[in-house]
Design a protein around this ligand. Sequence first.
Ligand code: PLP
Length: 386
Amino acid sequence: MNALIDELRATLSALERDGLRRRRRTLDAPCGPLARIDGLDRISFCSNDYLGLANDPALIEALCDGARCFGVGSGASHLVSGHIEPHEALERRLAAFSGFERALLMTTGYMANLGIVPALVGRGDAVFADRLNHASLIDAVLLSRADSLRYPHADLAVLERLLAQSRAKRKLIVTDAVFSMDGDIAPLPGLLELAERFDAWLVVDDAHGFGVLGPQGRGSLAHFDLPRSERIVYMGTLGKAAGASGAFIAASELVVEGLLQRARTYIFTTGSSPAIACALLASLDLIENGDARRAQLKRLAQQMSTGLAGTRWKLVPSPTAIQPVIIGDNHEALRVASTLYDKGLWVPAIRPPTVPKGSARLRVSLSAAHTEAHVAALLAALRELA
Ligand SMILES: *Cc1c(COP(=O)(O)O)cnc(C)c1O
């Protein structure tokens, strides 16, 4: 008899019963518009490889050259001896590209968020968070021990009221720039105005905007042409549009120095591979010169939104690569996803707790590597199911 084991088994059975149990599939080929699973190709609408760079020959070449010159492992944390020339070059490049004084390379976006919030606020301070923020931001607030005040999605009026009522010594507003399950863009100009007026930090998580939005893919702040205020802490990830892995924080010189000294997820972890940094330098060239890829992405998003008009499938209006189709019920979302899968179309069904209860959905994620024919095949299958 073992009560802990019994309880764990019951928890897993409950997930199964509620249609919430997740399963992995193993791909036999690189990330791309076609995913080969069990010897069969399926059109994949799953990845965050928005510009189609994850398997790009230039990145592969840069990674291999980088490994030959600088090795595979960094061997230590950045502050000990794991900060190698390509890391430094990449930080300079990311700072210039995002328009800030300085950038700090992090191992993942999850770690970046977990580093930023506790380094800036703590017990007795207040964090104001959009209710649809990514899990990593929610965890970051918990880790900081600051009071958490969540405002309804993109609701500047409620946020203003909460800020006005707050007696906290330090205030921090935190938001996804592009919401990962809805694809809509946060009202960043309004958020910055409130941050200025109430003397708060503004943390912007641009996981889905970096490389995609703004001139040359410079991200959501560039999309709105916002000043790079000293109170903005910008986080971009490098595993999505940039096609590799990692993340960076960009801010003023002072703020980045503060994070370098205090962010525990920076200090107490091994530096990422220098070869990845080399691949990312190549990726930034392609992002900067990637207007054709971004135009293709825009065309495909347009094709999606017009293609489902007049069916019972409700597409969340989204100007980005994330095009969610709301289903509602968990089991039905799974059924639709599984029917599509049998037809050779792989679209993930996203269920709670990733999205609010009753809003299970297909998260159609587009890439510049998709063709119009790929999207047409998905639209035809969805229309048939409707
Ligand atoms: C993916 C994602 C992250 C985490 O980034 P990783 O580099 O994958 O750890 C953080 N925030 C948002 C909004 C994301 O979508």
